[in-house]
Write a protein that binds this ligand. Structure first.
Ligand SMILES: *Cc1c(COP(=O)(O)O)cnc(C)c1O
Length: 393
């Protein structure tokens, strides 16, 4: 059976009523026949049929043992870090999602979990930084916002040799483009707020574990800590997944076109997109992804906050907002939005330049999107930014 058919039919028909759409079991508790005797559900924090349907689908999509749905991507990250003990070390990608950085630094550090950050785009950096205390290696690929690519299979080997787990945040690629567990990772994680939900209407997180042992541990943490996804949001995530492969295909096509278009614009300096042959790890991206996703970042030749702000306020179809992965195109200025709490020096060192703009390319017509970018770039030339007109000629 082809993957798309399998995906659509992994979403169960309701046995009791025949409902073709998974029913939303909006209930906190379940009536028991006798104490401890029930139909598999007793309390919705522990288990809920709508959430269970979502958890089974994501486990199937990622090829794991079991899936778990959380109230947000950060709640999912929180559950995975709780696998660690005081004194353990976490080795993470340096270009990590800002919210993960904040959680590791301001929450977990005080519980005695130390985090080291390395550039995981070169596996040798992981090899050099991993220690006996490293219990968890944390990779995002592609990363936010500079789309760095790390070799999952190579890092998985290093982690295994050092008895550390490898967790891959697969938010940017989604399971439609990349399946980290098949490449050797132990845990895969999503902010389902992004491509999985796909319509900018939920906050949700997902975790999939490769083994039964890890699944049991995450299940225990999920129930003990309680940041579960509500039934209605679980239903919206399922509905998003139904069209995930189709959407991702179109997001990727549009994004590649826009990346190429940006490369030709005189006002644009660097373009970051794993689908470009000029991308630093394009070959690895090709090896482990089936397409390159919907996020494109770029910098301006006039590398100032002012120029970038002028651009992000001049687009009409691309709406200025945090988040990504929805049907409507969004854009943001990481230096003053998603990365505003990262110290300037550290931010610039990670490649997040003052003028960096991140596009979440939506499902509109690519031609319209290009025109929108073109007219916003043109505004830069006649802008009141001192010297800009000269620079762009
Ligand atoms: C958005 C995001 C998160 C956090 O997810 P929330 O649903 O916002 O809590 C984690 N990782 C990546 C890569 C993200 O883009």
């Amino acid at each position: 059976m082809q993957k798309t058919t399998q995906l659509i039919h992994s979403i169960p028909v309701d046995e009791q009523t025949g409902a073709i759409s998974v029913p939303i079991y909006q209930t906190s508790t379940f009536v028991q026949e006798a104490p401890g005797e029930n139909k598999g559900y007793d309390y919705s924090r522990s288990n809920n049929p709508t959430r269970a349907a979502l958890e089974n689908i994501i486990a199937e999509l990622e090829g794991g043992h079991a899936g778990f749905a959380f109230a947000s991507g950060l709640a999912a990250i929180d559950a995975v870090v709780k696998l660690l003990q005081t004194g353990d070390e976490l080795l993470a990608v340096d270009d990590i999602y800002g919210g993960a950085f904040r959680q590791f630094t301001h929450i977990y550090k005080k519980f005695g979990i130390n985090v080291n950050y390395v550039d995981t785009t070169d596996v040798n950096n992981v090899l050099n930084a991993i220690t006996d205390k490293t219990k968890l290696v944390w990779v995002e690929t592609p990363t936010n916002p500079t789309l760095k690519i790390s070799d999952i299979a190579a890092i998985a080997q290093v982690a295994k040799r050092h008895n550390a787990l490898l967790c891959v945040d697969n938010t940017f690629a989604s399971p439609a483009l990349q399946q980290p567990l098949k490449l050797g990772a132990d845990i895969v994680l999503h902010s389902a707020t992004k491509y999985i939900g796909g319509h900018s209407d939920i906050i949700a997180g997902l975790v999939v574990c490769k083994t039964k042992e890890l699944s049991n541990e995450i299940k225990f943490i999920q129930n003990a800590c309680g940041a579960v996804l509500a039934p209605h949001d679980s239903w919206l995530a399922i509905r998003g997944i139904e069209t995930l492969p189709l959407r991702i295909e179109q997001h990727s096509k549009n994004a590649l076109e826009i990346a190429k278009f940006l490369q030709e614009q005189p006002q644009v300096d660097k373009v970051y997109y794993p689908g470009l042959s000029t991308h630093h790890n394009h070959d690895i991206a090709r090896k482990q992804q089936t397409a390159f996703g919907g996020i494109v970042s770029f910098t301006l030749k006039r590398d100032t906050e002012t120029a970038a702000k002028k651009f992000v306020c001049s687009t009409q179809l691309f709406k200025l907002a945090e988040s990504l992965g929805g049907v409507k195109s969004l854009l943001c200025h990481p230096a003053t939005m998603t990365h505003k709490s990262t110290p300037d020096e550290q931010r610039r060192a990670a490649g997040v330049a003052d003028s960096l703009v991140r596009l979440s390319v939506g499902l509109e017509d690519a031609e319209d999107l290009k025109q929108d970018i073109a007219q916003a770039l043109k505004k830069l030339q006649v802008s009141d930014v001192a010297g800009a007109a000269l620079l762009y000629q």
